[in-house]
Design a protein around this ligand. Structure first.
Ligand code: HMN
Length: 288
């Protein structure tokens, strides 16, 4: 389960329906062109928190059908509707997903006991493994090192997707949990996380920029920091433009420039203006 995982984009048509043909093209692009080690399905990048349970299942099914066993698959099943999480955990496990992941429950101020119960309930309901999805800047949920230790008492909880810039905590986690899987979640900080010894990374930008991410990660692991830093600089020039122009919409527009039917984002996310589409096209030509 180590390595680089793309947080998979999903192609939606103008009416917000899943475009299966487009989704399959995005998957193939990730397998054949960006060449990642695995896919993280129904995360933030898949616009997961704006779609129905049935749509989540359909995406899990299409991805597994297209990938078969070519790369590892992680199914993000987290939801503040725990019954939905349980249903999705079973569905993805039955399909053969290699691991599950669940975002920390958000919106309500759940206390740690509730969060711990959520993870144990989900993962104890199936024969699978759990990767905690920690993304405090979107959920408002911060988990301390002692709390991670408590969660990891359950051996089925095998790792964390760490989408945060707290490198002190990441370093403490690496030292304290040498056998747990730590994945970097911010692509713009991949080099710093790799230097600290993460086991891999999960990123939205890998949908198009997976090859640069691979170079950064491998150079860092070989100790070739100067070269890795140059590629991180180039990557971050790209990511800065991406964030300024509209993250997911621009990634989709770049994929379209590469001949992939990446479609539109699901409302309430808005469409790019014509001007921003032009910016995306220029970025595609400049970086890919
Ligand atoms: C997911 O759940 O789809 C991803 O794992 C999320 C991933 O950590 C991305 N975070 C968000 O999109 C919020 C990053 O790849 C991020 O998009 C990138 O670093 C640019 O900031």
């Amino acid at each position: 389960m180590k390595g680089l995982f793309t947080a998979l984009m999903v192609s939606y048509d103008k009416d917000g329906e899943i475009n299966e043909k487009g989704l399959r093209e995005i998957i193939r692009y990730n397998l054949d062109v960006t060449k990642v080690d695995g896919l993280y399905v129904n995360g933030s990048t898949g616009e997961n928190f704006m779609i129905s349970t049935e749509e989540k299942k359909e995406i899990f099914r299409i991805v597994k059908d297209e990938v078969k066993d070519r790369v590892k698959l992680i199914a993000q099943v987290g939801s503040i509707n725990l019954k939905e999480s349980l249903e999705l955990a079973k569905y993805a496990t039955d399909l053969g997903y290699d691991a599950l992941s669940a975002v920390t429950p958000f919106y309500y101020k759940f206390d740690f006991e509730e969060i711990k119960n959520y993870y144990n309930t989900i993962i104890n309901s199936v024969d699978n493994k759990m990767i905690i999805y920690s993304i405090p800047f979107l959920t408002g949920v911060n988990i301390s090192i002692d709390q991670f230790a408590e969660l990891f008492e359950n051996e089925k909880i095998i790792g964390v997707k760490f989408t945060a810039g707290d490198f002190y905590l990441l370093e403490r986690m690496r030292k304290t949990f040498p056998d747990k899987l730590l994945y970097a979640g911010f692509d713009e900080m991949l080099l710093s996380a790799a230097v600290l010894g993460v086991d891999g990374a999960i990123g939205s930008t890998f949908n198009v920029n997976g090859q640069r991410a691979r170079e950064i990660y491998e150079l860092a692991n070989k100790g070739e920091i100067t070269k890795a830093r140059e590629i991180q600089h180039e990557t971050n020039d790209f990511i800065t433009e991406l964030l300024n122009n509209g993250l997911y919409q621009t990634l989709k527009e770049i994929l379209k420039e590469k001949g992939v039917d990446a479609g539109y984002c699901r409302q309430p996310m808005k469409e790019l203006t014509e001007e921003k589409v032009e910016v995306a096209k220029t970025m595609a030509a400049k970086y890919f």
